[in-house]
Design a binder for this molecule. Structure first.
Ligand code: R5P
Length: 329
């Protein structure tokens, strides 16, 4: 069989655009790819309406829009949607929404009467706005994949985190145990524990009255005289982690580390974390962390960048190569 030696170029180069939500991450992705972010205007008018204008044509191009949907969520999401529509109307050949942290992930089912499934709505909006594909990392619930009918790469930062923990932390731990903050994270926690060769324990939360705040917590498994690595997908207000650290300590844990993908850090989460007896916090840059917040956690905070991962996925998607095989290499 004859193989063509030349590359088949479908669209020309990669066109990278970024919204305003995570400029540092977008820049790092561009650097990984050896590309420049394309110029565009994003203006918030006095009447609170957003406006987008591209500086050059994207007609027939393969375009990637990098926009995380952390706070201010409504504005960042709307910015993403308007950018997608702008690219669509300018006749881009293929548009991929790269959303490192996908908002409304926790609104994924009707777990009480008369509530929305906003995660589904967000997926619909991204599609309707003009995305042909999407890329995201560690969504809160796997079913988000079914909310989109366009194809997507739903990735995980777990390899990144596992490598870091194995190199920088694992060798200094005595009798480590991985503890999931709730049972919802049990399966992912189980995988993480086997990747770092440690046993697992789970925190079980139970509502004691109808009052949403009154919860009873138990640890299933043994943490006494052990170093604990607490794992979760995100820290939002920090409420879950504060309780989990307290319970681990009361149950006899020695050192405590906290590992999570998305540093959502709303309200006074960082102040609460800073006050905890935690040796290290390990997270990623799917959500930007302000210098003030970083300063509060100081050297206890490690932020691993997902830029090489997202950059490599963009490269492979552009070249029509497998993304799955990245994780077997
Ligand atoms: C909950 O189901 C999630 O896995 C996290 O535990 C939660 O989002 C963390 O939120 P917070 O930091 O506000 O307790």
């Amino acid at each position: 069989m004859h193989h063509h030696s030349h590359e088949i170029k479908m669209y020309g180069g990669i066109k990278l655009y970024a919204g305003t939500a995570s400029p540092d991450l977008a820049q790092k992705i561009a650097e990984y790819l050896g590309e420049k972010l394309c110029e565009r205007d994003i203006v918030l008018f006095p009447n609170d309406n957003l406006f987008v204008k591209l500086h050059t044509s994207v007609r027939g191009q393969d375009v990637y829009v990098i926009q995380t949907t952390s706070a201010p969520v409504q504005q960042n999401l709307m910015e993403l949607l308007i950018m997608l529509q702008t690219l669509r109307l300018d006749s881009a050949a293929r548009i991929t929404a790269v959303v490192p942290y996908l908002c409304y992930g926790r609104s994924d089912k009707k777990d009480q009467p008369r509530v929305p499934i906003t995660s589904r709505l967000v997926a619909d909006m991204i599609e309707v706005a003009g995305a042909d594909r999407y890329v995201t990392l560690d969504p809160h619930a796997g079913q988000v994949q079914g909310f989109f009918s366009i194809p997507g790469d739903v990735l995980t930062a777990s390899h990144l985190i596992v490598d870091h923990v194995n190199q920088a932390i694992r060798p200094n731990l005595k009798d480590p145990v991985v503890v999931t903050v709730d049972l919802g994270f049990a399966k992912k926690g189980r995988n993480f524990a086997s990747d770092i060769d440690a046993p697992i324990a789970f925190i079980e939360k139970r509502r004691v009255t109808n009052n949403a705040k009154a919860e009873a917590l138990t640890i299933i498994g043994n943490v006494r005289h052990r170093d604990v690595i607490l794992v979760d997908d995100e820290i939002d207000t920090g409420g879950s982690i504060v309780q989990a650290v307290k319970l681990a300590k009361e149950s006899g844990a020695r050192q405590v580390y906290v590992v999570f993908v998305h540093p959502v850090f709303s309200a006074n989460a960082v102040e609460r974390l800073a006050a905890l007896p935690v040796t290290g916090y390990i997270t990623t840059d799917t959500v930007p962390i302000s210098p003030e917040k970083r300063a509060l956690l100081g050297e206890r905070l490690t932020v691993l960048s997902v830029a090489p991962l997202l950059g490599e996925v963009i490269r492979r998607a552009h070249e029509g190569r497998s993304v799955g095989e990245m994780f077997n290499e």
